[in-house]
Design a protein around this ligand. Structure first.
Ligand code: NDP
Length: 244
């Protein structure tokens, strides 16, 4: 298991904190050459100190040209995880146009940008790859005050399917994971208030939120050759929330 990804080059976006950070460390432990891309240098510096084998890349993905240039310099990338995102929470009547633009820019448009560079390069080299987009249960269920966030993740879900359709014949699989709440910095924005967390927990058949490791393990499966016939799938990591 430890050398499963040796010889593969992996790019994880949003790797400074939370799920992306843990995933970067896991992929490095499994033998991949990992490029951890994120926005805040100090977060990446502590990641580098924790796992020196990882190469860190400081880029704000909301800048289309800079992101494209930075990712181009890392190719070939055989394993891509589009994980970076932001959560801006407001009611339908209060949601702001600037939050809509910022959220769609990072959560959706940057997925297109990074994937175009990585997949375009693999196609030119005639090499195989696996891409995982980190979506959310919010892409498939309405959540109060999540107008913008839910909309971005719904877009990521359809983007995943179209990418799978077009890139599958070229040897590149594209799947998504759809986690329930994970208590990262982002998870705390929406769910640290027990008045909100309680009713959400009551809707999860397994009775708990997801741990970072739950998400990491599923992403690793989708990146690996063990899921070689899985393409265009949205894998819930939700303790049964979406089934209920
Ligand atoms: P965190 O907020 O803990 O981490 C997000 C990471 O993305 C940070 O490292 C952040 O950088 C980076 N990032 C944000 N914006 C940009 C940008 N413009 N350019 C580059 N990097 C950026 O979030 P999570 O780990 O919780 O979330 C990871 C993924 O999981 C997201 O796609 C999220 O939507 C999804 N998800 C999360 C859930 C949850 O409850 N936490 C539930 C379902 C899905 P910086 O270091 O500067 O903060």
């Amino acid at each position: 298991m430890s050398g499963q990804f040796s010889g593969r080059r992996a790019l994880v976006t949003g790797a400074g904190q939370g799920i992306g950070r843990a995933l970067s460390i896991k992929l490095a432990e499994m033998g991949a050459q990992v490029f951890a891309l994120s926005r805040t240098k100090s977060h990446l510096d502590t990641l580098k100190a924790e796992c020196p084998a990882i190469t860190t890349v400081v880029v704000d993905l909301s800048n289309w040209d800079q992101a494209r240039q930075a990712v181009s310099a890392l190719t070939p990338i055989h394993l891509l995880v589009n994980n970076a995102a932001m959560a801006s929470l407001d009611s339908v009547l209060e949601a702001k146009p600037e939050d809509f633009d910022a959220s769609f820019n990072i959560n959706v448009k940057s997925v297109m940008n990074v994937t175009q560079v990585v997949a375009g390069d693999l196609v030119a080299r005639k090499q195989k790859g696996s891409i995982v987009n980190v979506s959310s249960q919010a892409g498939q269920r309405a959540l109060k005050d999540h107008l913008i966030y839910c909309s971005t993740k719904g877009a990521v879900d359809m983007m995943t399917k179209v990418m799978a359709l077009e890139l599958g014949p070229k040897g590149i699989r594209v799947n998504a994971v759809s986690p329930t709440v994970v208590m990262t910095a982002m998870g705390k924005i929406g769910w640290s208030d027990p008045a909100k967390a309680g009713p959400m927990l009551a809707r999860i058949p397994q009775g708990r939120f997801a741990e970072v490791e739950d998400v990491v393990n599923s992403v690793v499966y989708l990146l690996s050759d063990q899921s070689d016939m899985v393409n265009g799938h949205l894998l819930p990591i939700d303790g049964g929330f979406l089934a209920a």
